[in-house]
Design a protein around this ligand. Sequence first.
Ligand code: ADP
Length: 220
Amino acid sequence: MPKFRERSTQPEWQCIPHPFTGYTAEERLIIYNGVNEMGKRMKGEINEMGKVAIYPGSFDPLTYGHIDIVERALDIFDNVILAIAHDAEKKSLFTVEERIKMAESIFKDTPRVIVDSFKGLLVNYVEKTNARVLLRGLRATSDFEYEFHMASMNRSLSPYLDTLFMMTSKDYFFVSSRTIKEVARLGGTVEGLVPDLVARRLKEKFKLPVGKKRLIGWED
Ligand code: ADP
């Protein structure tokens, strides 16, 4: 007998089981409401995750500049989806799988950050989620033009989608994945600019001795 039958405060006739299903009118109502609720959730009418922002990018690799944006966004949003792009156009150093693994490990103690990846048009991916906000970081005026065009294009493709820009922190305004890769490739230290895990993976990629000094830095 289902648990909720004992708690019934309904008139007796409502407690008579249905001849075929065995459920009473009250139980049928509970089941109906549950199914209805599930249906609504499936249609995305109920957003269980609360306020969600999608932070899309290549994250090749993830830097403290990115992480700083995510941490600050968590003060505004309930959840941040770090959406790693499969971008056939851009030649990436790390595969999408490697980037996902690194990000998952870095955010393993932050359940409000969800690591995901997407292929193709960003707006198509966003439509599959309940998010209405894209998160992007701005470092310098040089970022602005590209970001402005992208945000305008995304809004024209999906009018309910807004892009929220966060200014970089003063400690990371000069940090970009591209310069991090360049410095690491030449054996320079990237300590303090990327998590240790990323620094180690960069050394492995560029076949630099892990835990040894080369040029400046590289101590584990
Ligand atoms: P993409 O490949 O889409 O240009 P990136 O992975 O390089 O993206 O970066 C994702 C987003 O994070 C972009 O909006 C970028 O401007 C922002 N970003 C990157 N580095 C920093 C940083 N140091 N401070 C603030 N925002 C940053």
